[in-house]
Design a protein around this ligand. Structure first.
Ligand SMILES: [Zn+2]
Ligand SMILES: [Zn+2]
Length: 105
């Protein structure tokens, strides 16, 4: 009784099946990689806004993020009162006028 050749066949079939499974896995991964790369390329064509660095907003230029501005109707340094910033209405940030808040051009 020599079971050698039969064992070899079973082992060989196992390798083939394993290889097919590996190929299927590889092709799935490859497809995912391709879609990932194309997604990256698509995003690359839409350049992030340079004015807000892709955020869609930036620190308010009028109050510089303080939410209030020092404003004096009399130009008198003693009478300077902090008042709510009219540009950002106290939000400290204003929507990017370059990309209209989208974050990219
Ligand atoms: Zn402001
Ligand atoms: Zn912008």
């Amino acid at each position: 009784m020599n079971k050698g050749p039969l064992r070899t066949v079973i082992t060989g079939a196992g390798i083939i099946l394993g290889g097919i499974a590996a190929l299927n896995l590889a092709s799935t991964v490859t497809l995912k990689t391709i879609s990932f790369v194309s997604e990256k390329k698509r995003k690359k064509t839409a350049l992030p806004c340079m004015a807000c660095r892709g955020k869609g907003f930036y620190i308010c230029k009028l109050c510089k993020g303080n939410a209030t501005i020092s404003w004096s109707p009399m130009y008198d340094p003693i009478a300077i009162n902090p008042c709510l910033c009219p540009t950002c209405e106290g939000n400290r940030v204003q929507r990017c006028l370059n990309c209209l808040g989208k974050g990219y051009d």
